[in-house]
Write a protein that binds this ligand. Structure first.
Ligand SMILES: [Zn+2]
Length: 169
């Protein structure tokens, strides 16, 4: 694991919880999406904030003794996998996959990284048989809101490679 500022953005792939055109960080538990559980622990009344549509997102740490994110011995920062799985799992109806460009401070791990700055660059067009919300347009609504393309698997990987360094190979 190394920590180093990078010149060229790294690109990676990740899941979000997606609601009404907004992408949220969070976890998936027993078929449900839980937005930002770390924030919910320290501030249960604070509404989760989606990734902004019009600017880069800056990582925050929600650990008790906050620090600049990301840090090596924490799990803060925007996480992504180097590789888009062949069959990306959709553990909840509102789960969607996409690619991010990330830069600033980067913590590299075995299968992915955590980054200081990130923005979504494209979303995966993948049918989710469990999703009956938003008239089947959940991912399309988000792609519109963030003004990014909705792409098939191979297209998404290629498109991501145009936006930064792809370490999947
Ligand atoms: Zn942290």
């Amino acid at each position: 694991m190394t920590v180093e500022p990078v010149a060229e953005p790294l690109v990676g792939f990740r899941r979000w919880g997606c609601r009404r055109g907004a992408l949220y960080s969070g976890i998936f538990v027993a078929g449900r999406f839980v937005p930002n559980p770390a924030l919910a622990m320290i501030a249960p009344r604070v509404k989760p904030v989606p990734w902004p549509t019009d600017q880069d997102r800056v990582a925050k740490c929600f650990a008790l003794r906050g620090h600049d994110a990301p840090q090596r011995d924490c799990n803060c920062g925007f996480s992504a996998y180097y590789e888009l799985p062949a069959e990306p799992d959709l553990p909840a109806p509102d789960a969607i996959w996409g690619a991010i460009a990330a830069w600033g401070l980067i913590i590299e791990c075995e299968r992915g990284f955590r980054a200081q700055y990130a923005r979504p660059i494209a979303l995966l067009d993948r049918h989710n048989p469990d999703d009956h919300g938003e008239r089947g347009r959940r991912a399309a609504n988000a792609a519109e809101a963030y003004d990014i393309p909705l792409l098939e698997h191979a297209e998404l990987v290629a498109y991501a490679g145009w936006h930064g360094e792809l370490r999947a190979a």
